[in-house]
Design a protein around this ligand. Structure first.
Ligand SMILES: [Zn+2]
Length: 400
């Protein structure tokens, strides 16, 4: 052993490197009688760079890059459930706002666990249990009913979810990406050797089992989030307007640090997004009540779509929101150097009157903007150019 250590020391000196003795350890195994091994039966005097090398029990393991590695069994498996449950309980007890709790969970607790799971192949059943526990805490912090779809939590924030990693999928997915990197190595010797280990079938099986999408381009990483979006979309209670939210601009209020909404409004907006806001139609699902008509106008079922888009009792609020968006857009356009006209009266070639919400002119370009329906003061869709009333032929004939 000392001879080997001398070789290492010599190599380090020749290459300008240094062995960190404090972080290193050794152990001794000797064959005993009748297939029995004897471990560390003496006090060695191993030294490197005039420093004594510690003796370690191979079954206990040593910490390497934050992961405990045992000489017998490889990476040792920690009890992640207890660890994360303790962290979640502490986060929950803190005097933080719900969104701050969520951010701490994602940025610190889950990021740390993700690193561990990137190295260690953890059992799927255990990961599913951990995911279930995390969902329970998050729904409690955000005051979401237990029946809220899990896909709201796991869909990316850009696509309208909370962007929490589903460990049962994200951990195998990151390991698949590592294996693909090795498989597509530029070194032919490595790829040839790796292929003999059956790694390709292993990747394919895991991806199929966990609905992980593997792109044909080897440089692009495998992803699991897309399946969450699709499964959410396929749910019968999924928001009918989901298609309109599939853009990062429409979901900026979900991003960390967003100040568009107050805490209570953020939670209400999440309930609307998950279709669990307590309208009469939503409340009728569990208790089966018969009267689902709107409490204000009593003319149609009380759904979010009805309240925000059709209820005559809410007409004033709709106009107020619409005007608020028009004013904000006008201010922004003016800041960008556009000449803005709000609700100008225009006549086309057949002397028909048109009143678009905004007409903006800059550098010989004309843009017509009609803000469409909105929810909670956020622009759901801002259509630029020719929309609805404004047919292409009409647009070209508009005279200024
Ligand atoms: Zn109504």
């Amino acid at each position: 052993m000392q001879g080997n250590l001398n070789i290492v020391e010599e190599f380090c000196q020749a290459t300008g490197m240094r062995l960190n003795v404090k972080k290193s350890a050794g152990f001794d195994i000797k064959p005993g009688s009748k297939n029995i091994y004897v471990i560390n039966d003496f006090e060695p005097k191993w030294t490197v760079d005039h420093q004594k090398l510690c003796l370690v029990n191979p079954s206990e393991g040593n910490k390497y890059l934050g992961i405990k590695v045992s000489s017998w069994t490889g990476c040792t498996k920690e009890d992640l459930f207890i660890k994360l449950e303790t962290w979640c309980e502490r986060i929950g007890q803190s005097i933080l706002k719900p969104r701050q709790k969520l951010e701490i969970l994602k940025s610190y607790a889950l990021a740390r666990v993700a690193y561990y799971l990137y190295q260690v192949d953890y059992p799927q059943t255990k990961l599913k249990e951990i995911d279930c526990m995390i969902r329970r805490f998050v729904k409690k912090w955000l005051h979401l009913p237990a029946c809220t779809t899990d896909h709201l939590l796991y869909t990316s924030t850009a696509m309208g979810g909370l962007g929490i990693p589903r460990l049962a999928k994200s951990a195998p997915c990151s390991r698949i990406n590592t294996k693909r990197t090795v498989l597509n190595s530029k070194d032919e010797n490595i790829t040839c050797f790796v292929k003999t280990t059956g790694i390709e079938d292993e990747i394919k099986d895991t991806a199929e089992k966990l609905c992980i999408r593997i792109p044909s381009n080897p440089k692009r990483p495998a992803s699991w989030r897309k399946s969450e979006e699709k499964q959410w979309e396929a749910q019968p209670t999924a928001d009918k307007g989901r298609k309109c939210f599939e853009h990062k601009c429409s979901n900026s209020w979900l991003q960390a640090g967003s100040k568009h909404l107050r805490e209570g409004d953020f939670i209400s907006a999440l309930q609307v997004r998950a279709d669990t806001y307590p309208t009469r139609v939503t409340l009728a699902r569990p208790d089966g009540r018969e009267d689902i008509t709107c409490r204000r106008c009593k003319t149609a079922p009380e759904t979010i779509g009805h309240i925000l888009g059709h209820c005559p009792a809410m007409y004033g609020y709709r106009i107020y929101r619409h005007n608020g968006i028009v004013d904000t857009l006008c201010d922004r356009l003016k800041l960008k150097g556009w000449l803005v006209s709000k609700e100008p009266r225009l006549r086309d070639a057949v002397v028909k009157m048109w009143i678009p919400d905004i007409v903006a002119v800059k550098d010989g370009k004309v843009v017509l903007i009609d803000p469409t329906d909105c929810k909670f003061g956020i622009v759901r869709k801002v259509t630029t150019g020719i929309t609805g009333l404004w047919q292409p032929s009409v647009h070209s004939d508009v005279a200024f």
